[in-house]
Design a protein around this ligand. Structure first.
Ligand SMILES: Cc1ncc(COP(=O)(O)O)c(C=O)c1O
Length: 402
């Protein structure tokens, strides 16, 4: 049977497509350290777990398509703590931030419309754009200057009649860059000039390091008609499996239009919305402890990675990822080698080759994205495995004598 041409053009996620090889490694008795995926080992707030345990409805019924009012009201109070004024009507609850991105692209774009995105970017956006038949126009940021935002002129050059908006991610997955208020304001001005939207994925909002404060795109009320925020409970409360996210916008046409998509998929997960609202009642220390734990883990992994000959990476400012240049011919081949042909004292490491985090073909071939979501012992062992793996790969596969 033939599958659609459309689906054959879609990518398998570079974060997940090596999973069968990691399963084989595990079956051989090898401990695989997962730096490929942002699945934290941090406990979900006990308030959320208890809410699920205490769910005592007789029927797990459909809820309303925009998401339960108790959750939207809880989010209104949460945003207020960031100085952001929104109402429950400005929020559409989605099945994770993933659905929020899809809904936004479908809501703003007709087939073959364009969205500008800095690359490397959150690779699953490629599939969401494919579903919506939207062309992603990349603006390349570089490891040479810590992946700072490319110039406004670079963005402007890519704007044409089909451009509907710019999609940012801050703090950034995969680079760890956090956009400054000035960068956001300059982009907002550009968006106003060309009458397009600025969509910012802020699912890592709490995870900013080195004392740096976070600025939300929602804190610029003078641009509110063209601002859309993507949000999610997955990372903030280590509840990735709950699948609760949100679209937040003071532009009511956006929320009302996206609601058509939300109605067709009926409602977001019912029990998990109860858990999400309960997570928002966790004491402030919960998120602060998680943030400082990630900061420690970042410091450990970066310190050990920077000592590996030929590896180049800089300290990310936020989220829990970074992109490293590796001294290999092809990061995907090296990732496969690590899972299939290599172990160090019974351990190996899995990471995400970075090529598919770029729209531009050929970029990122020698780069990989690493997530520092595991405990320090695992991170130290992962860096050791990489160092030893690189030695073997370079000599046996690349034929290089270091
Ligand atoms: C930048 C970014 N946006 C959105 C998502 C999707 O999150 P979820 O669908 O779990 O809310 C992720 C997940 O890793 C992400 O890294």
């Amino acid at each position: 049977m033939q599958m659609s041409n459309r689906i054959s053009g879609f990518q398998c996620s570079p974060i997940r497509r090596l999973v069968p090889y990691s399963r084989d490694a595990v079956n051989k008795g090898i401990h695989v350290i997962h730096l490929n995926i942002g699945q934290p080992d941090i406990k979900t707030p006990v308030e959320a777990i208890r809410a699920i345990q205490g769910y005592d409805e007789d029927i797990i019924a459909y809820g309303i398509s925009e998401g339960e009012l108790f959750l939207r009201n809880a989010l209104v109070s949460y945003y207020k703590r960031y100085g952001i004024q929104v109402s429950a009507d400005d929020i559409l609850i989605t099945t994770g931030g993933s659905e929020a991105i899809q809904f936004v692209l479908m809501t703003l774009c007709d087939p073959y419309d364009e969205f500008i995105i800095p690359e490397p970017y959150y690779t699953n956006v490629a599939t969401f754009a494919n579903i919506a038949m939207v062309t992603l126009r990349p603006v390349t940021s570089s490891s040479d200057d810590n992946f700072v935002l490319p110039s406004i002129a670079d963005f402007e050059k890519r704007i044409n009649k089909k451009t509907m908006g710019i999609l940012l991610c801050s703090p950034n997955n995969p680079t760890g860059h956090v956009y400054s208020p000035e960068e956001l304001r300059n982009l907002l001005e550009l968006c106003r000039k060309h009458d397009i939207f600025l969509v910012v994925d802020e699912v890592y909002r709490e995870f900013c390091y080195d004392g740096k404060a976070f600025t939300s795109v929602l804190s610029f009320p003078e641009y509110q008609d063209r601002v859309i925020c993507i949000d999610s409970f997955s990372k903030r409360f280590s509840m990735c499996g709950a699948r609760v996210g949100a679209i937040v916008s003071l532009n009511h046409e956006v929320i009302e239009s996206a609601l058509k998509l939300a109605q067709a998929r009926l409602c977001p997960p019912a029990v998990e919305q109860v858990a999400a609202a309960a997570a928002l009642t966790a004491p402030d220390e919960y998120v602060e402890n998680v943030r400082s734990e990630y900061e420690r883990r970042r410091n450990v992994l970066i310190k050990h990675m920077q000592r590996i000959p030929g590896v180049r990476c800089s300290l990310p400012k936020g989220a829990f990822y970074f992109v490293a240049d590796l001294p290999v011919d092809d990061a995907e081949k090296f990732a496969l080698f690590m899972l299939r042909d290599f172990s160090y004292n019974g351990n190996t490491v899995m990471f995400a080759p970075a090529e598919d985090f770029y729209v531009t073909k050929g970029l990122g071939k020698r780069q990989a994205r690493f997530a520092y979501v595991l405990n320090e012992d695992e991170l130290v062992m992962a860096a050791k495995c990489l160092e030893e793996g690189l030695k073997v790969y370079r000599s046996e596969v690349m034929g290089i004598r270091d």
